[in-house]
Design a binder for this molecule. Structure first.
Ligand code: HEC
Ligand code: HEC
Ligand code: HEC
Length: 397
C-alpha cells in the first residue's frame, strides 16, 4: 500500500515539476537571514513553530528546509501532496524507501505551530493542515513509556530564553558557529540527536545533575565543562572551549535547563546510548555489506558524508579526516553498535522521532566494527587516558 502510494506519487510529481517550475521558483524563500553556513528563516529560532521544526523535522528536512536529494523531500518548495522521493530513494547504493516517522505524540497545537512555520517561512501553501497531515502520515503509537521528551519550543518562555536558544544552537550548528573549536565536520547534535532530546542518543536530559562526577577515563572528578570539552577534543576532533566564555556558559545554561525536562526523580531515563551484548563477535565482511545497503545512501560510499554542491555537509561523515578521532566514545565498537542499533538508520519506520531502528544486534555490531575501525584522526593525548585502570576492552588504544 505504502509502495503503491509512492509509485503513484512519483508519477504525479513528474507532471507537477514540469508544469509548475515557474511557480516553484517564485515561491522560493522570502525572509531568510544569513547564518554562517546555512540560510534559515529568521523565525526559526524566535517562534515556537520554528523551534518545533528545528527539533522534530530538521534532522531529515534540514534547518534550511532543503531536504536531501533523493532521500528526504524539500519543504522549502511546493512539492507537497506527492511523494517526489519515494521511487527516487532507490539509488544505486540503496534499496531503501524512506518514510516519515509517526508524529502521533505531538499535540495538535504543536503540529499546527510547526506546519504554520513551514507554510509561512517558505511560502509553501501546499503544506497540509493538522488533520490532513495526520491522515497522510499516520497517527500511531504513544510516546515510549517513561521518556518525557523535552520541547525546545518551551525555551522561549524562559527568563534567559535568548541565552538558552544560543546554547541549543551551539549544539546543532557547532561547526559553523565555532569553527576554531571544531576540527571535524560534525556538530554536537550529529550524535546527541535533536540537541540532546532523544533517549539513547546520549540525551542531555538530567545529566547536568551528575556532574561534577568521577570519570575513569580521566582518573579524577570532572566538571560538566570538562565533559563538554572531552567531546570537543575527541568527538569533534577540535580544541577545548574556554570555560568562562559566553559560549560555554550558554551551553551550560541549556544543559541545566534540560535537567528539569526529561529526568524523573534524579534518574535520567534513556541516558547514554544503550547497551549491546559484548559477547557478540563482529563480522566485518557482513558489516561492510550492511554499510552499503543501510548507511551509504546518507553517509556516503566511503564514509565521507553527504555533501551538497556548495560544499555544505547535509549528513555527517563516519570516517576519514573530517570524522571523530580514535579517542571518541563512538570509535569504540560496542558504543558505536549501541548508538547504531537505537538510532540508525533513520526514516525507515514509524518510530518516533526519527523512524529509526531495524537492525538486529548482530548487524549493529558488524557495521559498527566496520565503520569505527576505518581510518580516522589520531588522538595525541591518548597516553593520558585511564591512568588508574578501567580501560574498556573495545578502546582503540
Ligand atoms: C526521519 C525523517 C523525517 C522526519 C524527522 C520528518 N520527515 Fe517529513 N518526510 C520524510 C520523508 C521520507 C518524506 C517523503 C514522504 C513519504 O514518502 O512518506 C516526507 C514528507 C513530508 C511532507 C510532504 C512533502 C512532499 O513534498 O510530499 C511534509 C509536508 C513533511 N514531510 C513535513 C514534516 C514535518 C512538519 C516534520 C516534523 C514534524 C517532518 N516532516 C519530519 C521524512 C521525515
Ligand atoms: C561523534 C559523536 C559525538 C559528538 C559529535 C559529540 N558527542 Fe558528546 N558523547 C558522545 C558519546 C558516545 C557519549 C557517551 C555516552 C555514553 O556514555 O554512553 C557522549 C557523552 C557526552 C556527555 C556526557 C553525557 C552523560 O550522560 O554523562 C556530554 C555532556 C556531552 N557528550 C556533550 C557533548 C557536546 C557539548 C558536544 C559538542 C561540543 C558533543 N558531546 C559532541 C558522542 C558524541
Ligand atoms: C536516511 C539517512 C541516514 C541513514 C540511512 C543512516 N544515517 Fe546515520 N545519521 C543520519 C543523520 C541525519 C544523523 C544525525 C546528524 C545530523 O542531523 O546532522 C546521523 C548520525 C550518525 C552517526 C553519528 C554522527 C557521525 O557522523 O559520526 C553515526 C555514527 C551514524 N549516523 C551511523 C549510521 C549507520 C552505521 C548507518 C547504517 C546502519 C546509518 N547511520 C544510516 C542519517 C542517516
Amino acid at each position: 500500500m505504502a509502495i503503491m502510494r509512492r509509485v503513484l506519487g512519483g508519477f504525479f510529481i513528474l507532471n507537477l515539476v514540469f508544469c509548475c517550475r515557474a511557480a516553484v521558483i517564485a515561491a522560493e524563500p522570502a525572509n531568510t537571514v544569513p547564518v554562517p553556513g546555512v540560510l534559515v528563516p529568521a523565525r526559526l529560532f524566535s517562534t515556537r513553530g520554528g523551534l518545533g521544526y528545528a527539533q522534530f523535522c530538521a534532522e531529515c528536512h534540514r534547518l534550511d528546509g532543503a531536504g536531501a536529494k533523493g532521500i528526504f523531500p524539500p519543504l522549502s518548495r511546493k512539492t507537497a501532496g506527492a511523494m517526489p522521493n519515494g521511487p527516487a530513494a532507490q539509488t544505486e547504493t540503496s534499496s531503501q524507501l524512506f518514510t516519515m516517522p509517526s508524529f502521533g505524540v505531538l499535540s495538535d497545537r504543536e503540529l499546527s505551530e510547526i506546519l504554520g512555520f513551514v507554510r509561512k517561512s517558505w511560502g509553501n501553501d501546499a503544506v497540509p493542515g493538522v488533520k490532513e497531515f495526520r491522515q497522510n502520515f499516520g497517527n500511531r503509537e504513544a510516546e515510549a513509556s517513561g521518556v518525557k521528551v523535552p520541547r525546545l519550543a518551551n525555551l522561549l518562555a524562559q527568563t534567559k530564553g535568548a541565552q538558552l536558544v544560543r546554547g541549543m544552537r551551539l549544539l546543532t550548528e557547532t561547526k559553523s558557529m565555532l569553527p576554531e573549536n571544531v576540527g571535524s565536520e560534525l556538530n554536537c547534535a550529529s550524535c546527541h540527536l535533536e540537541a540532546g532530546a532523544v533517549a539513547l542518543a546520549s540525551p542531555f536530559t538530567g545529566v547536568y545533575a551528575s556532574f561534577p562526577g568521577y570519570s575513569p577515563r580521566a582518573g579524577r572528578v570532572i566538571t560538566i565543562e570538562d565533559r563538554i570539552n572531552g567531546c570537543f577534543i575527541r568527538s569533534l576532533n577540535g580544541k577545548p572551549l574556554a570555560v568562562d566564555s559566553p559560549d560555554m556558559k550558554a551551553i551550560g545554561a541549556y544543559l541545566k535547563w534540560m535537567k528539569g525536562t526529561g529526568s524523573s526523580k534524579g534518574k535520567v531515563v534513556g541516558r547514554g546510548v544503550g547497551k549491546i551484548d559484548r559477547a557478540l563477535r563482529p563480522n566485518v565482511q557482513n558489516g561492510q555489506k550492511v554499510y552499503a545497503t543501510q548507511c551509504a545512501a546518507c553517509h556516503g560510499k566511503v564514509g565521507q558524508g553527504l555533501i551538497a554542491a556548495d560544499g555544505r555537509y547535509i549528513y555527517p561523515p563516519l570516517w576519514g579526516d573530517n570524522s571523530f578521532n580514535i579517542g571518541a566514545g563512538m570509535a569504540r565498537t560496542y558504543t558505536a553498535a549501541a548508538f547504531t542499533k537505537n538510532n540508525m538508520p533513520i526514516g525507515l519506520q514509524a518510530n518516533f522521532p526519527l523512524g529509526q531502528g531495524g537492525l538486529s544486534d548482530q548487524e549493529a555490531v558488524d557495521v559498527a566494527e566496520y565503520f569505527s575501525h576505518q581510518p580516522r584522526p589520531d588522538f595525541p593525548k591518548k597516553a593520558n587516558d585511564w591512568p588508574k585502570g578501567g580501560r574498556p576492552g573495545d578502546a582503540r588504544y
